[in-house]
Design a protein around this ligand. Structure first.
Ligand code: KIV
Length: 262
């Protein structure tokens, strides 16, 4: 899978699947699936480090997770998130960050928004750095919205998200994440642009879908947004297994002779 396969999938009407991944052990599992791409999301700050928003992700954090995923995700297309403000402090800093993430093992970078950093996106796409856009609800702007809220409900907002998606395509982005917008808006954008739209909370009309891995595996018991489907009750399954381990240790039934070196 690569950038050209993403574009080809849209042309051929084939849906694209992506999940987030932050570590080596899950990357190894994901390398055995047909999932099209892995995103080292800046959601790592929340999912892996317990912060309340993605604003706490930084370049060193993203580099570490990207290196770990790249070691395990043989054959997978890997996208790494540009952390908060790393692409807003000037062209050189943005390119340095992309350089770090790409040499850590990413095949592409993702960044939120367009307005005010068109030059960064254009320079990256012209420098051999595949760029994935991210519009709609941009988690790095959580304090502007006053919370993680659906965007694009008013006609003016919807038109702005459409315009930004078109600009991303014109600047050479290979795909765009549409997060938490009404399905009609996502459908209109998907029809209007030639690059694939990857939805999260944006309905079934997108060219592909992405979810946070721990959410789809049901590992997060405190987070129930409408758009997340739990494909397995991971929390229950794992807590049960851990309980069985604990009980076996305390009952003296683990380890057995077979589980012991002689
Ligand atoms: O950081 C992230 O996990 C993301 C996805 C929600 C698209 O940006």
């Amino acid at each position: 899978m690569g950038v050209s396969n993403f574009l080809q999938a849209k042309t051929e009407g084939r849906k694209l699947s992506m999940v987030t991944c932050y570590d080596f052990s899950f990357a190894r599992l994901l390398s055995k699936t047909a999932i099209d791409g892995l995103l080292i999301g800046d959601s790592a700050a929340m999912v892996m480090h317990g912060h309340s928003s993605t604003l706490s992700a930084n370049v060193e954090m993203m580099r570490g997770h990207t290196e770990a995923v790249a070691r395990g995700a043989e054959g997978k297309f890997i996208v790494a998130d540009m952390p908060f403000l790393s692409f807003r402090k000037g062209l050189v800093e943005a390119l340095d960050t992309a350089h770090i993430l790409m040499t850590a093992g990413a095949h592409a970078v993702k960044l939120e928004g367009v307005d005010g950093h068109e030059d960064v996106i254009e320079r990256m796409t012209q420098s051999g750095i595949p760029v994935m856009g991210h519009v709609g609800m941009q988690p790095q702007s959580v304090h502007t919205y006053g919370g993680f809220k659906v965007q694009g409900r008013s006609s003016a907002q919807a038109q702005a998200i459409l315009r930004r998606s078109k600009t991303l395509a014109e600047l050479g982005a290979f795909a765009v994440v549409l997060e938490c917008i009404p399905e009609k808006v996502a459908e209109e954008i998907t029809r209007a642009i030639t690059i694939p739209t990857i939805g999260i909370g944006a309905g079934a009309g997108c060219d592909g879908q992405i979810l946070v891995l721990q959410d789809l595996l049901g590992m997060n018991t405190d987070f129930h947004p409408k758009f997340v489907r739990r494909f397995v009750d991971g929390a229950h399954t794992m807590i049960t297994a851990l309980g069985e381990f604990d009980a076996a240790v305390k009952a003296g039934t683990f380890p057995t002779n077979e589980e012991t070196y002689r």
